[in-house]
Design a protein around this ligand. Structure first.
Ligand SMILES: Nc1nc2c(ncn2[C@@H]2O[C@H](COP(=O)(O)O[C@H]3[C@@H](O)[C@H](n4cnc5c(=O)[nH]c(N)nc54)O[C@@H]3COP(=O)(O)O)[C@@H](O)[C@H]2O)c(=O)[nH]1
Length: 694
């Protein structure tokens, strides 16, 4: 049974009883309270909720109008019916204006029930409307404060509502909040097209569409958004409005891009990494196949990068890689790609080439750019690259083969010597395999005692005596026979084995020199010192060996090439000074082939210069070489350095150097490199069999 709580304002108990009787006929479970003063009504209102108020017009201590004021003061919307015996029309109007919902004459109480029913219904619908209004206000205040863009448009895309965030994004002011402008005016063309062709039809069909789009801000900049579009029907089930809720995803996009960059780029140089390089190569290939173009893949490896790391530290190595990558980027078009393949290896993809010679032009450019010294930690570092190139379609039709071929070409370039460039050629495959096998054998050669030393005499031109011999390593391979150092020294350098083998050479040479001294032959022994050895523990090793074999330091001459000492002048000066302090003599090998600065030459504590044999071979018929050789001898004289001419093969060459007061000569004309025991007869006689005929 429904409840009805009725507050009766009546001074007459009888009249109140009559009203109650009437109300009881409604079938409600009735709760009634009669009051006749303001205070009593106030107390009743405070104690509980009332569904209806029935009020007499006038009472000795209270009135309908006062009761209405009280309700109004407390903001209560309770159906209010005046039930009065004698009230004129004017008063009735006055009461209605004051907020009463109806009035009923006491002599016509049959109207009471329908009036009560109606007012209860209306109160309920007022309550529902109020609740709906409150809900709407709450929702719209939420919409107003949300940072997301919210707009309602009609099916023509005209904006009917837009929230505060939306107004701010689009630069609309408060007054202009529903300007009936088109939402499409605030979208980039690609978003407008996506809306029209896909999102709106889908939302109209399915009710909701979700995806990523963009909105143009007040300055026309694209704000990437994650967007939901909802379609709304009117009461006739016709589609009428679309609401758009868009969330700013700039930050997410930024992180996504950053993540994508991290996955596809090298952290040190910011160049594309292997993953992106492969992707670019496969795209370039697809394009080249369509357009019938040539592609080149260049594999680049920094020569002797380990030395930079070892000598200057890893941070310097890192900045070297960064600098190299910056210079490489400058050498190519933006449509081409340069990336870091790993370690000190870079890859360049050149597309849209017309002829293979285009590659040579780029390689020339790269070498010219890299020929300028790199300033690292206050040192001028010179860097060269070994470069191999493969061409599509000639050397491979897919990424794998092109990469492999360019790598093989680079390895061949590296084995040929530093600073070389090679196009891939099919025969390189075998050479590559051969080098691999050689490397495996080399790793075992030391423990199998397959290395031996040969000695080549140097003739002192002022005394005609052999005063110095150069120790030259040979590899006595079980199957290959005697392997020339030209074939395995570069491999020892690349694998780092040169340190171990170099130390063995140094020790064997020191032992041999000591043995000769013991037999009464005070020969000086010249030993080649590789770049790696020069960078690592050379001072300690030399010091220990001299002690261990009780060798007079003056009997040891270390030959270091010009390029090794020029790579890091400060470091080289430090090492050379310490060696000199130990009493060891120092020679600059292959002099004339590098880039020595005369200023540095003066500063280096060296004892002799060895003229490279390339200037000696063609001496007689090439006046330029003769001029260079003569200039080196003169330079030696003026810097108070001994000069040794190597590669002397003929008497004419020997005479040339004697005439120019060169101190020593070395070469086949005196004697080839030979085992120690073969050298004895030569030293014994103290006379060179072939004499220079004056
Ligand atoms: N780090 C080390 N490098 C070494 C060592 N032993 C040799 N090498 C280096 O290998 C390169 C080739 O050496 P090799 O085949 O021994 O050639 C040397 C001589 O045989 C050759 N030579 C000497 N006289 C003549 C000649 O009259 N004509 C001619 N065509 N060649 C001649 O020259 C090479 C000596 O060169 P250099 O060292 O510059 O004095 C070579 O680069 C060696 O340095 C080693 O133990 N450690």
């Amino acid at each position: 049974m429904r409840e009805l709580r009725a507050l009766i304002i009546e001074d007459s108990e009888d009249d109140a009883t009559l009203l109650i009787h009437q109300l009881q006929r409604t079938g409600y479970q009735l709760f009634v309270k009669r009051v006749e003063t303001r205070e009593a009504m106030l107390e009743a209102l405070q104690k509980q909720h009332w569904d209806i108020v029935l009020s007499d017009y006038t009472m000795p201590r209270f009135s309908t109008l006062e009761a209405l004021v009280l309700l109004h003061e407390h903001g209560l919307d309770i159906p209010f019916i005046m039930v009065s015996g004698t009230v004129g029309e004017d008063r009735a109007v006055e009461v209605m204006k004051a907020g009463a919902h109806d009035y009923i004459m006491k002599n016509n109480l049959s109207r009471l029930l329908p009036a009560v029913e109606r007012e209860l219904r209306e109160a309920e619908s007022r309550r529902q409307r109020q609740a709906a209004d409150n809900e709407r206000i709450r929702l719209s205040s939420i919409l107003e404060i949300t940072p997301d863009f919210v707009a309602i448009t009609d099916l023509k895309g005209r904006i009917h509502y837009i929230n505060r965030a939306g107004r701010q994004w689009l630069g609309l002011d408060e007054e202009n909040r529903c300007p009936m402008t088109l939402l499409a005016d605030y979208q980039p063309s690609w978003t407008a097209a996506l809306m029209e062709n896909s999102a709106i039809p889908y939302a109209l069909e399915e009710g909701v569409w979700e995806g990523e789009m963009a909105i143009l801000d007040s300055e026309g900049l694209e704000i990437p958004v994650s967007q939901v579009i909802l379609s709304h029907q009117n009461q006739q089930n016709q589609l009428e409005f679309l609401s758009t809720i868009a969330r700013d995803i700039r930050e997410r996009k930024h992180y996504e891009q950053e993540l994508q960059h991290q996955v596809t780029h090298d952290a040190l140089t910011h160049l594309p990494n292997r993953i992106l390089l492969r992707d670019r190569l496969s795209r370039a290939l697809a394009n080249a196949k369509r357009e019938q173009h040539l592609i080149a893949v260049l594999f680049l490896d920094i020569d002797n990068f380990k030395q930079i790391n070892d000598a200057l530290g890893h941070l310097a190595g890192d900045s070297c890689l960064r600098m190299v990558s910056q210079r490489l980027v400058q050498c190519i078009r933006t449509s081409d790609t340069v990336g870091r393949y790993g370690g000190d290896e870079f890859l360049i993809i050149l597309s849209n080439l017309h002829t293979p010679s285009d590659v040579e032009i780029i390689v020339k450019k790269i070498r010219a750019t890299l020929s300028q010294p790199f300033r690292i930690n206050g040192n001028d570092v010179f860097i060269t690259l070994s470069i191999g190139a493969s061409l599509y379609p000639r050397d491979g039709g897919d990424e794998e083969n092109l990469l492999k071929s360019s790598d093989t070409a680079m390895c061949t370039a590296k084995h040929t010597g530093r600073d070389q460039f090679r196009f891939y050629a099919p025969k390189m495959k075998d050479r590559g395999r051969e080098l691999l096998a050689l490397e495996t054998d080399l790793r075992r050669a030391l423990e199998r005692e397959e290395f031996i030393l040969h000695y080549q005499p140097q003739l002192d031109l002022s005394t005609n005596q052999i005063t110095t011999v150069e120790a030259l390593v040979r590899w006595q391979h079980a199957q290959r026979g005697l392997v020339s150092p030209g074939d395995f020294i570069p491999l020892l350098e690349q694998t780092g084995l040169i340190i171990e083998v170099g130390n063995w050479i140094l020790e064997t040479a020191c032992k041999q020199a000591q043995a000769w001294w013991a037999c009464g032959y005070p020969l000086r022994i010249a030993v080649n010192c590789s770049a790696h050895q020069f960078q690592q523990y050379l001072l300690d090793t030399v010091h220990q060996l001299l002690q261990k074999h009780s060798l007079n330091p003056a009997c040891l001459e270390l030959e270091v090439t010009e390029s090794v000492v020029m790579q890091d002048v400060q470091y080289a000066t430090h090492i050379l000074e310490h060696l000199k302090a130990m009493g060891v003599t120092l020679a600059i090998d292959d002099f004339g082939t590098g880039y020595s600065s005369l200023a540095y030459l003066k500063r280096f504590p060296i004892h002799s210069l060895k003229i490279d044999h390339s200037f000696v071979h063609e001496l007689s018929d090439d006046s330029e070489d003769a001029a260079i050789a003569e200039a080196i001898v003169l330079l030696g004289h003026s810097l108070d350095l001994e000069v040794v001419a190597e590669g002397v093969e003929s008497e004419a060459q020997a005479r040339f150097f004697q005439n120019h007061q060169c101190h020593r000569i070395q070469g086949y004309w005196i004697g080839r490199p030979m085992p120690a025991e073969n050298l004895f007869p030569l030293i014994e006689s103290r006379n060179v069999k072939r004499r220079i005929v004056n």
